[in-house]
Design a binder for this molecule. Structure first.
Ligand code: PGA
Length: 245
């Protein structure tokens, strides 16, 4: 079987103005020589300028959410065809901040993944347990439910990447142990419809812990928030991923 694609994916969340595109440019230069796929999920406002400036570069561009419909009366929303038109090749769906702040259900996330595919985008589907669920020992049960509900059966290595992001690890500096990550990833892998789907870990990945996390079996890279905002912290994470396997 072909090796799974390894990804260093950045998620800028609601951060970044055009003045910050210098960071994306420096990351694009690192992507040029990288032996892994490097990608930045930018605020929608930065996609077109980033595509214009970095177009043709190996750096992949992604959005952070899309509506399930391709167009229509949905004030303030953005559709998958709009993201593709602006230069994106990827879109994150079901990030825990969307699930928490906007009440997104597994069913909505699955519809968004299908909308992404219809627009020719790769969907990065996020799943992960909350702190209360983790403390109650319910991690695998939650993951099972989220996979069943938010990863459509047609998901394949060509159209989907899955990110395991424990909610309690996002932006907190806390991470699960490598054993816990291995257990969660092996479980997720066993439930995915296609064994070739890349499976990323996300939640407080930093230059300090990246090599240890990326060495874990079944971890095909990272979805990185805070540390992806600056080239000086994201490039060492790209290099850590290149150093594994
Ligand atoms: P963090 O965010 O790296 O800042 O913890 C990760 C994410 O939410 O994708």
């Amino acid at each position: 079987m072909a090796e799974r694609t390894r990804y260093a994916a950045g998620n800028w969340k609601m951060n970044g103005l055009r003045a910050d595109l210098g960071e994306a440019r420096a990351i694009a230069e690192a992507a040029e020589r990288a032996q892994v796929a490097v990608l930045l999920c930018l605020p929608a406002t930065l996609l077109a300028p980033a595509a214009a400036e970095l177009g043709g570069a190996r750096l992949g561009l992604g959005g952070q959410d899309c509506h399930a419909e391709p167009k229509g009366a949905h004030t303030g929303d953005i559709s998958a065809p709009m993201l593709a038109d602006a230069g994106a090749g990827y879109v994150i769906v079901g990030h825990s901040e969307r699930r928490a702040d906007h009440g997104e259900t597994d069913e909505m996330v699955a519809a968004k993944a299908r909308a992404a595919w219809a627009a020719g985008l790769t969907a990065i589907i996020c799943i992960g347990e909350t702190e209360a669920e983790y403390r109650a020992g319910r991690t695998l049960e939650v993951l099972e439910r989220q996979i069943a509900g938010s990863v459509p059966a047609e998901a394949s290595r060509e159209n989907t990447v899955v990110a395991y992001e424990p909610v309690w690890a996002i932006g907190t500096g806390l991470t699960p142990t490598t054993d816990e990550i291995a257990r969660a990833h092996a479980f997720i892998r066993s439930r995915l419809p296609d064994g070739g789907i890349s499976l990323l870990y996300g939640g407080s990945v930093s230059p300090k812990n990246a090599a240890e996390i990326f060495a874990v079996e079944d971890v095909d890279g990272g979805l990185v928030g805070g540390a992806s905002l600056r080239a000086e912290t994201f490039i060492p994470i790209i290099e850590a991923l290149e150093g594994t396997r």
